[in-house]
Design a protein around this ligand. Structure first.
Ligand code: 8YV
Length: 316
């Protein structure tokens, strides 16, 4: 018997909250096949992550599932069509990670402009004493910065960049009521910008939106930052653009096939790579975990969901 099935990893804090409110099983802790055969029909609630989603073969073995709570704002790994077809709403964890992901974008932006990783290595290795300073970096101040995906996190990034006195512009599906100039052409925006910050969600609509033409438009001095989803960037085109010097620097927190990062990308000097740490702090993961669990508790108690995804609106 188990009313809640947990597919994703959970923190100790989440575990203790879950134990207090649910009869739960972590699928990784049991013999998956045998467990699903015996208890799959008892499961009413599913907790997962936005990359993992609920694999179709597992979902098929949970015939009485009522709700999917996904721990993360992005839910491109959750098949919302399949869930909707079965009348199962999906929730995610928006807003509580806006500031953290914005800080990650800022960190990558400054690191890229100021050549931070190489400067640290020059000091730590003793090379400064032997060979002197590296070539001068570029200033992070007063840059023209394009944001791809000016949603909740994109706006938090714009706010965190404000002390650097940037000119912020943005590209997206539609123009918004914001004080930043709008471009309806991503290549044209990239041509005008020193840096492009991508915070767009994954999925078919954004797949490889940042292609060779966008990279070439950013140019040999241009900086590409990605804290959205790896699938938005054509990774093979990115490697070629960086190798050939057609694009200046890339600072990436997300990749196409995480946790794999292509060796050719890791070998490049003009990249800064972090392992998808956009929201990875104790405080923010605590808040995300709480929201993911609060949605499940609300559902269990017959109360409205706190943060359903838009695709589930018709079910609620
Ligand atoms: C997490 C994220 O890595 O929220 C998201 O969409 O990409 C990150 O915050 C992810 O949610 C972990 O499941």
């Amino acid at each position: 018997m188990s009313e809640l099935l947990i597919l994703s990893t959970i923190t100790d804090h989440m575990r203790s909250r879950i134990e207090a409110a649910f009869d739960a099983t972590v699928l990784a802790d049991v013999d998956q096949d045998a467990w699903l055969a015996q208890y799959g029909a008892d499961v009413r609630f599913i907790l997962t992550g936005g990359h993992l989603g609920v694999p179709a073969d597992i979902f098929a073995r949970l015939p009485n599932a009522e709700i999917i709570s996904s721990n993360g704002v992005g839910y491109d790994g959750v098949d919302t069509d399949a869930a909707t077809a079965r009348g199962v709403p999906v929730c995610h964890t928006p807003n509580v990670l806006n500031q953290e992901v914005a800080t990650t974008a800022l960190m990558l932006y400054i690191a890229a402009l100021r050549n931070f990783e190489a400067e640290i290595a020059n000091a730590r290795s003793g090379n400064w004493e032997k060979s002197g300073n590296l070539p001068l970096a570029r200033s992070a101040d007063q840059r023209k910065i394009g944001i791809l995906g000016l949603g909740r996190i994109g706006k938090a990034i714009a706010a965190k960049l404000a002390p650097f006195d940037p000119t912020i512009v943005y590209y997206g599906r539609s123009q918004q009521d914001v004080p930043f100039p709008y471009y309806d052409d991503l290549v044209a925006m990239a041509r005008d910008c020193d840096a492009l910050i991508c915070v767009a969600p994954g999925g078919a609509a954004t797949h490889h939106l940042i292609d060779r033409a966008v990279m070439d438009a950013l140019g040999p001095e241009g900086v590409l930052i990605n804290v959205g989803r790896g699938s938005v960037v054509d990774e093979a085109a990115l490697i070629a653009a960086l190798q050939e010097g057609r694009l200046g620097t890339a600072a990436l927190d997300v990749f196409d096939a995480e946790p794999h990062i292509p060796a050719a990308l890791r070998a490049l000097p003009n990249v800064i790579l972090t392992p998808h740490i956009g929201s990875a702090t104790v405080e923010t993961r605590h808040a995300m975990g709480d929201l993911a669990i609060d949605n499940l508790i609300a559902w269990k108690n017959g109360q409205p969901l706190i943060s359903p995804v838009p695709e589930s609106a018709g079910l609620l």
